[in-house]
Design a protein around this ligand. Structure first.
Ligand SMILES: Nc1ncnc2c1ncn2[C@@H]1O[C@H](COP(=O)(O)OP(=O)(O)OP(=O)(O)O)[C@@H](O)[C@H]1O
Length: 241
């Protein structure tokens, strides 16, 4: 399922955060949204998830406007925000069942889904543990498992690897890629880290609210006079990695 972003702009008072964005995510693929701090990544996520109302332009999910068909399209979205939204004093199971209930899924129906997701994330033995006792990498996995409980076809992750050590970051990134391949999920992975983006990925380079480039990494690099994505990113944004 795809997301089409049609000419959206957004300002916080006088500060312009997004300027005339036009994008289409590749359906069933791992799409990377690469931008330095302040690029506008979180603002874009807030608009895609309807946390903020659109000020101009439109967003379509599977051809439906998020403005005119919100319930229909929101069901298709799984979201992992930059800041964790787990309740630290509830167990992993309680956090997951609570989310399922918010989506109208009964506990009876939710339990096997919880079991399946936790198995997939190798967290089965942590079911009854309070989230507070989990390390950062495990908390992130619980959040992703939670985002998948209602079986969305699109998964949005806003800098999910922030605060994790390099090995855990890599595992998480690898895990999402596997999920994407197995389930044909459309993924939007926001990051400021070039090493989380691979040559075959469709990438969107966002800087100061503007899309500077979008397309498959290797095509963008080949069409430029840079040797790799790192060089291209630096050339376009002036930002050092
Ligand atoms: N609530 C707000 N009020 C005013 N300005 C804001 C607000 N939130 C974000 N901004 C500004 O909007 C721009 C885009 O911010 P945004 O958080 O979307 O970027 P980002 O790419 O997610 O960066 P980061 O990784 O640092 O969160 C920045 O200039 C930021 O300072």
């Amino acid at each position: 399922m795809s997301i089409k972003i049609d000419n959206i702009s957004f300002s916080y008072g006088p500060r312009k955060a997004l300027c005339n964005l036009n994008l289409e995510l590749k359906s069933g693929q791992f799409n990377a949204l690469l931008g330095p701090n302040g690029a506008g990544k979180s603002t874009l996520f807030a608009l895609l998830t309807r946390l903020y109302a659109l000020q101009s332009g439109e967003v379509f999910i599977a051809g439906h406007s998020i403005h005119s068909h919100p319930a229909q399209v929101m069901r298709q979205l799984g979201v992992v925000f930059q800041q964790s939204t787990l309740d630290l004093d509830l167990s992993v199971e309680q956090n997951l069942l609570y989310h399922a209930a918010l989506h109208g899924i009964s506990a009876r129906e939710a339990r096997p889904r919880v079991t399946r997701e936790l198995e997939r994330f190798e967290l089965t033995d942590r079911l009854k543990d309070k989230v507070r006792t989990l390390n950062g990498g495990h908390r992130r996995r619980v959040e992703i498992a939670r985002a998948l409980l209602h079986q969305p076809s699109i998964l949005l992750l806003d800098e999910p690897s922030v605060g994790l050590d390099p090995a855990t970051r890599q595992q998480l990134n690898h895990h999402i890629r596997q999920l994407c391949n197995q389930q044909k999920l459309t993924v939007l992975w926001a990051t400021h880290l070039i090493e989380e983006v691979q040559e075959d990925d469709p990438v969107i380079i966002l800087h100061q609210g503007n899309v500077l480039a979008s397309g498959q990494v290797s095509s963008l690099v080949n069409a430029s006079d840079s040797d790799n994505l790192n060089d291209l990113f630096q050339q376009l944004t002036g930002a050092e990695q």
